[in-house]
Design a protein around this ligand. Structure first.
Ligand code: HEC
Length: 319
C-alpha cells in the first residue's frame, strides 16, 4: 500500500493533462437528485414543484431541461489553500449583507450573536446587534404565555417566521433553509480524476460550498425558450435540485451600503456573504489549517529523527 499510494498520485497527476481534465460535465440528474442531504432536504413542496418543470417541444424527449447543472465559477477565496486566512473586513461586510437581506427569510440557528466577537466586534457592539432582534423567549412567562424580548448575545440568529410551514406559505411553497451549515452542505461535482488530485496539498479544493452559493446568488437567468417553470419560482441553472427555485434573486447593485469603500455591487455582496457563510459553517478553519501545517512539519522532523536513531541502534550489528 505504501508503494501504491505515490504511484497512484503520480498516475493521477500525469493523467490530468492527458485527459484534458476538462471539468467533467456535470452529473446526470439522477445522481444529483440522489444527493439528498444536499438537495434542499427541507425545502418543502416548492422545491418538489420546481423540479416538475417540463420542457416543451421535441427536445423533451432527448434531455431533461436544466441538467447538466452549470458549473459554479471557481473564485479565489482568502481562506483557500494550506495558508488560508479570513479577511475580517469581508466577513463583516458579509454579516451586513446577511443581516440586511438574507435574514428577512433565512435563520442561522447554530450561530449565536456572541460568535461575532470572532469577526472583530466588541462586546458592546454584539449586545447592540443582538438587541436589534426580537426573540421569542424559550421559556413562557408566569401566565404560561410565550413572550418576545430583545435579543441577548447568547441568542441564536432567529428565523423571521414562527415555523417552516408559515415560511413556505409566504414564500411560494418552499421554506428557506437555515444557513448555518449551508456552505458545507453544498459542493461541486469534480469528476475523475480531479477529485483525487484535490487531496494533494497544493491543489486541494474545499471551496465548493462558497463557489456554489456565489454562483447561485448571481446566476439567475431567463428560462430558455421551451422551458416552463412553476409560477412563483425563478430559473437558475446552478440550483442543485431543479431548474428553478422559490427564492427570487435576492441581491441587486447598491442594495447594501458599505462603509469601507468596497464596491456596492451584487457580485461583491454575493462574494462577501458566501465567505461569511463559510465562516459560519467552519469558524475554526484557519486554526485547523495552521495546526495541520505544524503537525506536518513535526511529523517530517520526527521521521528524520527516527531514521537517524535506527541507523545508530543498528550500526554495530553485522548484516
Ligand atoms: C424573500 C426571501 C428570501 C431571501 C431574502 C433570501 N432567500 Fe435564500 N431562499 C429562500 C427560499 C424560499 C429558498 C428555498 C428555495 C427552494 O428550495 O425552492 C431559499 C434557498 C436558499 C439557498 C439554498 C439553495 C439550495 O441549494 O438548496 C441558499 C444557499 C440561499 N437561499 C441563500 C440566500 C442568501 C445568501 C441570501 C441573502 C443574500 C438569501 N438566500 C436571501 C428565500 C429567500
Amino acid at each position: 500500500m505504501r508503494k501504491l499510494l505515490p504511484a497512484f498520485l503520480v498516475a493521477g497527476a500525469v493523467l490530468t493533462p492527458v485527459l484534458g481534465l476538462a471539468q467533467e460535465p456535470a452529473a446526470p440528474a439522477a445522481q444529483i437528485e440522489g444527493d439528498a442531504p444536499g438537495a434542499a432536504p427541507d425545502s418543502g413542496s416548492g422545491a418538489e414543484a420546481s423540479t416538475n418543470a417540463t420542457h416543451g417541444g421535441e427536445e423533451a424527449a432527448t434531455h431533461t431541461p436544466h441538467y447538466p447543472l452549470k458549473k459554479p465559477a471557481e473564485l479565489s477565496w482568502t481562506f483557500a489553500g494550506p495558508f488560508g486566512h479570513w479577511d475580517l473586513a469581508q466577513l463583516q461586510r458579509g454579516l451586513k449583507v446577511y443581516k440586511e437581506v438574507c435574514s428577512n427569510c433565512h435563520s442561522m440557528n447554530l450561530v449565536s450573536f456572541r460568535n461575532f466577537e470572532a469577526l472583530g466586534y466588541s462586546d458592546e457592539q454584539v449586545r447592540a446587534l443582538a438587541a436589534e432582534y426580537q426573540i421569542t423567549d424559550p421559556a413562557p412567562n408566569a401566565q404560561g404565555e410565550m413572550f418576545q424580548r430583545p435579543g441577548i448575545p447568547s441568542d441564536r440568529l432567529p428565523s423571521p417566521y414562527p415555523n417552516p410551514e408559515a415560511a413556505a406559505a409566504a414564500l411560494g411553497g418552499a421554506h428557506p433553509p437555515d444557513l448555518s451549515l449551508i456552505a458545507k452542505a453544498r459542493s461541486v461535482e469534480r469528476g475523475f480524476p480531479r477529485f483525487l488530485l484535490d487531496i494533494l496539498p497544493w491543489s486541494q479544493y474545499a471551496e465548493g460550498g462558497p463557489d456554489y452559493i456565489h454562483s447561485l446568488l448571481t446566476g439567475y437567468e431567463e428560462a430558455p425558450a421551451g422551458v416552463t417553470i412553476q409560477p412563483g419560482t425563478y430559473y437558475n441553472p446552478h440550483f442543485i435540485s431543479g431548474p428553478a427555485l422559490a427564492m427570487a434573486p435576492p441581491l441587486s447593485d447598491g442594495q447594501v451600503t458599505y462603509d469601507d469603500g468596497a464596491p456596492q455591487t451584487a457580485e461583491q455582496y454575493s462574494r462577501d456573504v458566501s465567505s461569511f457563510l463559510m465562516w459560519a459553517a467552519e469558524p475554526h478553519l484557519v486554526e485547523r489549517k495552521a495546526t495541520g501545517f505544524v503537525v506536518m512539519i513535526f511529523l517530517i522532523g520526527f521521521s528524520i529523527m527516527l531514521y537517524l536513531v535506527k541507523r545508530r541502534v543498528w550500526a554495530d550489528t553485522p548484516h
